[in-house]
Write a protein that binds this ligand. Sequence first.
Ligand SMILES: C[S@@+](CC[C@H](N)C(=O)[O-])C[C@H]1O[C@@H](n2cnc3c(N)ncnc32)[C@H](O)[C@@H]1O
Length: 256
Amino acid sequence: MTENIVTVTKEEVEEFVKTTQFRGYQNITLPYGIIVPGDNLEKESDYLLPETLTGQSVLDIGCDYGFFCHEAKKKGAATVVGLEMNQETAKVSKEIAEIIGDGVEIVHGNVTDLANNNLEIRDNFDTILLLNVVHHLTDPIDIISKVAQLCNKMMIIEFPIPSDNKFLMRKRGYKKEEFYKNPLNKVKFKLEKGFIKLLQKRFPIIGIGGVEYHNTFYFSEKSFDNLFRLHHKSFTKIEFKKSSRKLDRVIAYCEK
Ligand SMILES: C[S@@+](CC[C@H](N)C(=O)[O-])C[C@H]1O[C@@H](n2cnc3c(N)ncnc32)[C@H](O)[C@@H]1O
């Protein structure tokens, strides 16, 4: 593993953390033990990433502040690129990468452009991460099948399934505050969720949300496997395991 090249002083790192508005999604440890505040994902990283990525090239799509990029580097990846669509998030993640000094490269851009060859990322990658981004995409089928062509070994995709609470609540236009005023709603919701859970276990179903950007697609494991392995032939084998971070999400290990 290569050594990080830290060129900033403790005072500079402290100043960065003090003067930056963080969105709190990913907690990242900077040099001198200074922490970017957010959810601690260390356990998730051990659970989700392969034991080693020695010598591999890794792309993390929708990388947020780049937590998984830096974890991939720690696991021996030779090159790591993080792609992030949100301009402000990309800017902060670039600053974090510079401070850490491990050679992670952050690119500001949209995965749709990457899929359609409109981004300056040309090379293929051994491992591609697409974690908790699928439900933000308007055409994940097109995007995943195209991005799979840029992958040599394995895509790791974490996505919500149709029993996801937000999907079920928003499907009916429920607002949280109004919803809980009526105790019957809770019972109805539990029944509905139970039914969907049964359905998604046995059938290849896809949920399509009714809220722009946040709630687009929710695949059951069987629909995901049918789509990307059987029909698109993007992968030869897909294995699933439960997400350790969120309920009603799964992690798909998609082998080329
Ligand atoms: C829910 S967060 C997940 C962050 C990270 N992958 C994780 O699991 O911790 C989704 C991230 O994907 C980014 N994103 C959403 N749509 C994107 C797109 N079309 N292209 C690239 N990034 C996108 C968002 O800006 C956000 O940072």
